[in-house]
Design a protein around this ligand. Structure first.
Ligand SMILES: [Zn+2]
Length: 406
């Protein structure tokens, strides 16, 4: 059942209660992609909606231990100032629409009349099969008091031009964000520093080492390393890169990204919605080192909206986003160096490096605001190739521009 079916939310505000149009896990331990705020925000965004008003009883709790993990996460997020870039003309650089989480009593006060029911009444009505999303003849206006602050952040970029003409006109872009969450006021004796060892010192270190190794190898294709900043504030570094990119996106054969790669216990995810072939390659490289490379288990969650690769994906650049997994120290001061599994990290960075070396031009099909990429569709006819031009002499390069007599 799809509550969005048959309703056009383009340019509109959407009001939603917590939950989904089907029975939820009674234990409530696992989020369904659409029953909580983040899934709903993404759903509203991809359908062109302007705002999500999300009503949940859980926010009524002011106690230290929140009634669900979602409340904890949202409380954390409210501590982070939202940053905007002038280039995106008032829209978030993160491709998620603004949202407002309210408690039931606030709903009753401001929305019961216009929606024709109190929170308690809607809670009863919504799960029935007869319910269909309805358009309200009303408008919503929200005022937010903000204290604007201007700040400067820098992406750090390195270029390694390829050694072969014309192959050097093709670029592989390796990225990792190097920012994290700073610090917060903590009681004496407690750690107030968000150490960010996994998110994303691990990815930054991996990409740095990979760049060093690839520089020694003198690849024929060109390599661009972008350490982005402001990822945690809304993908700012990758957003600004995408509008001031250093070369035309048509010349970028792939974006390979490492974000949280320090806690693998033998598994790693390759969110490869932009290029199936790149994913299969990564999986093979993983096998060589005992790392199981897994595809995005929940593509409908559209994680791509929350990661730097988004700004490459929307330019139709094939990408793969390497990440080991979420853990209890995610975005917590406890994410310290001593929890990083360094030896496994070596194998993980092997997979990332090999994937950087081998890739192919993947399918087009993902653009800002569009439905999910039609992965698997191949738009160009050439097979696996050595993107950086490290292939053995004699191997025929299938580069579209024709390579130097291989
Ligand atoms: Zn991260």
């Amino acid at each position: 059942m799809d509550d969005f079916a048959g309703s056009d939310v383009k340019g509109k505000a959407v009001i939603s209660l917590q939950g989904a149009p089907w029975p939820l896990d009674p234990a409530g331990g696992v989020f369904h992609p659409y029953d909580r705020a983040f899934g709903k925000i993404v759903q509203v965004t991809v359908r062109g909606g302007m705002l999500l008003v999300y009503v949940s009883e859980e926010f009524d709790s002011l106690v230290e231990a929140p009634p669900s993990a979602e409340v904890g996460v949202i409380r954390e997020y409210t501590k982070i100032p939202l940053a905007y870039l002038p280039e995106f003309q008032g829209k978030s650089s993160m491709a998620v629409c603004p949202s407002l989480a309210i408690i039931p009593s606030a709903f009753d006060k401001i929305l019961a009349k216009v929606t024709g029911g109190t929170y308690a009444e809607w809670k009863k009505r919504l799960p029935t099969k007869k319910f269909k999303a309805q358009t309200l003849n009303a408008s919503v206006e929200i005022g937010i008091e903000t204290k604007p602050q201007e700040g400067k952040a820098c992406n750090v970029v390195a270029m390694l031009p390829g050694t072969d003409s014309p192959l050097k006109d093709e670029w592989v872009v390796l990225t990792a964000h190097y920012d994290h969450l700073g610090f917060h006021e903590a009681p004496p004796g407690q750690d107030g520093i968000y150490n960010g060892a996994d998110d994303n010192a691990s990815g930054t270190a991996a990409i740095l080492e990979i760049a060093r190794r690839l520089a020694e190898a003198k690849p024929r294709r060109s390599l661009l390393i972008v350490f982005t900043s402001g990822e945690e504030q809304g993908l700012l570094g990758s957003a600004i890169y995408s509008v001031h990119s250093l070369m035309p996106s048509a010349q970028v054969v792939a974006n390979i990204k490492a974000d949280m790669v320090g806690r693998s216990a033998g598994k790693m995810f390759g969110y490869a919605t932009g290029c199936d072939e790149l994913f299969s390659r990564a999986a093979e490289f993983g096998k060589q080192k005992g790392i199981e490379v897994l595809a995005d288990p929940n593509p409908s969650w559209r994680l791509i909206h929350f990661v730097d690769s988004y700004h490459f994906a929307r330019l139709n650049i094939p990408y793969i986003d390497f990440m080991t997994e979420f853990h209890k120290d995610y975005h917590q001061p406890s994410a310290r160096y001593d929890w990083i599994l360094c030896m496994k990290g070596k194998s993980v960075s092997y997979v990332v490096r090999q994937s950087s070396t081998w890739t192919r031009r993947g399918p087009k099909g993902y653009a800002h605001g569009q439905a999910y990429c039609k992965s698997g569709r191949r738009s160009r006819g050439f097979g696996i190739e050595d993107v950086l031009g490290l292939s053995r002499p004699g191997r025929r390069s299938t580069d579209a521009s024709g390579s130097s007599g291989e």
